[in-house]
Design a binder for this molecule. Structure first.
Ligand code: SF4
Length: 410
């Protein structure tokens, strides 16, 4: 799809994203280009509505303030008082995310469970053959030999495919939905917890070995990465959040490609924000330099909470900063210089998150009502899905190919 074709469609009367999608099919596959559609509409002089969806006339940021300010903690009460209709697959997960960011209990408790999208519904990522992946948290990418053995044994015993991820952890693929609780029971008993790979939440804080092992290291990058990952684990946000910590300017952890990245200096840390890979790769920009560890953590607390409160639905930090009036300078004025006098509030909100953190998978295993949802067939809870099958490729189980030629080692 070319920009010219999209412009023609806009001139022809497609004046919002759904209309553009319907007549051009742009944005109907992975959805990565939808932010560009909005930009194009604005460039063509079309006023783009900030409404979250047809059920809420306010933006996500405004809805966040409504939920935070009113104390409403259920979707039904929120839509009755501040929306219309019954909700849709846009506003329900968005409200679920806002409720989770405000610490409203387990995401699968009560009415919240009905708001979650497919992945959050089963606390696992659905794969193309209907199975799920399991990703235990490995803070900073640091893991003991005993931990590796447990993951290996679980993968072997349940016949799972294993792969090292870009975020320095181990992804176990091919679990049927009814296997998920048994797999997680083994992992939780061994001290692992949810890695939130399924959620719009903090994913990983990648690190290099820093002063622990590297001759060039200037600070303890592993120690900081572990501390940051444990601090922000479970933090729900408008989109996924990735981070990295490098022990010196050689940048082996690729921290500048993360939403927030930290690079050690001789005297402290440099903090970069707004980086990502993906559809539109972008380097993070320097927000603060040579800060000590306490200052660094306070700045990240403020950055993340300001992002969670004010970003649009599915807007990553790079796009959020870019769309901000004043961009990075405004962000610095708010969270470094405290021009809006909200930093104490942002830090307090993060402290509430840290104090209220609980592992979501442990919460499922301890609650028979939540465990009941992990079945392929509601009327035959013990029956596995007979349509799921695997073939072996490079010594591991993989889904049966969809008519596409595989790449095999010669
Ligand atoms: S970033 Fe620097 S400290 Fe870290 S592994 Fe690379 S060279 Fe060593």
């Amino acid at each position: 799809m070319t920009k010219g074709a999209l412009r023609d469609a806009i001139c022809g009367g497609a004046h919002d994203v759904p209309a553009l999608k319907a007549c051009t099919r742009a944005g109907t596959s992975c959805g990565s280009c939808i932010p560009m559609l909005k930009t194009l509409l604005t460039q063509e002089g079309v006023e783009v509505s900030k409404a979250l969806c047809e059920h809420f006339a306010v933006s996500r940021a405004e809805l966040f303030e409504i939920v935070a300010g009113t104390g409403i903690r259920t979707f039904s009460e929120l839509i009755a008082q501040h929306g219309t209709g019954r909700g849709c697959d846009i506003c329900k997960p968005a409200v679920a995310s806002i409720l989770a960011s405000l610490g409203s209990g387990h995401v699968l408790s009560g009415e919240q469970a009905t708001l979650q999208d497919t992945n959050d519904h089963f606390l696992a990522n659905m794969q193309r053959n209907g199975t799920y992946s399991v990703v235990p948290r490995i803070p900073g990418g640091e893991i003991t030999p005993e931990g590796l053995i447990v993951i290996g044994e679980v993968a072997r015993d349940f016949g799972l495919y294993t792969k090292i991820t870009g975020g320095q952890r181990i992804d176990l693929f091919g679990a049927r939905v009814e296997q998920l609780p048994a797999i997680w029971r083994r992992l939780v008993d061994a001290g692992f917890e949810s890695g939130h790979a399924y959620g719009k939440a903090l994913r990983t804080v990648k690190s290099c070995v820093g002063t622990t092992w590297c001759r060039y290291g200037q600070q303890d990058s592993v120690g900081l990465a572990v501390a940051l990952e444990l601090r922000y684990r479970g933090l729900r946000a408008p989109h996924k959040i990735k981070s990295g910590v490098s022990g010196c300017a050689r940048e082996c952890a690729e921290a500048r490609s993360k939403d927030f990245g930290v690079i050690a200096t001789e005297t402290g840390w440099n903090l970069y924000v707004g980086g990502n890979g993906g559809f539109t790769p972008r380097h993070a920009e320097l927000l603060a330099s040579d800060v000590d560890t306490d200052t660094l953590i306070a700045l990240i607390d403020r950055f993340l909470m300001f992002y969670i409160r004010t970003a649009d639905r599915l807007q990553r930090t790079a796009a959020w900063i870019e769309a901000m009036d004043g961009g990075l300078d405004h962000l610095r004025a708010v969270i470094v210089d405290d021009r809006l006098r909200i930093c104490a509030d942002l830090e307090a909100a993060m402290e509430t998150h840290v104090a209220g953190y609980a592992d979501e998978w442990r919460g499922v295993l301890e609650d028979p009502a939540k465990l009941e949802r992990f079945v392929s067939f509601v009327n035959a809870p013990d029956a596995p899905d007979p349509t799921i099958s695997f073939v072996t490729e490079r010594g591991q189980p993989v889904p049966v190919a969809l008519g596409l030629p595989g790449v095999r080692a010669s």
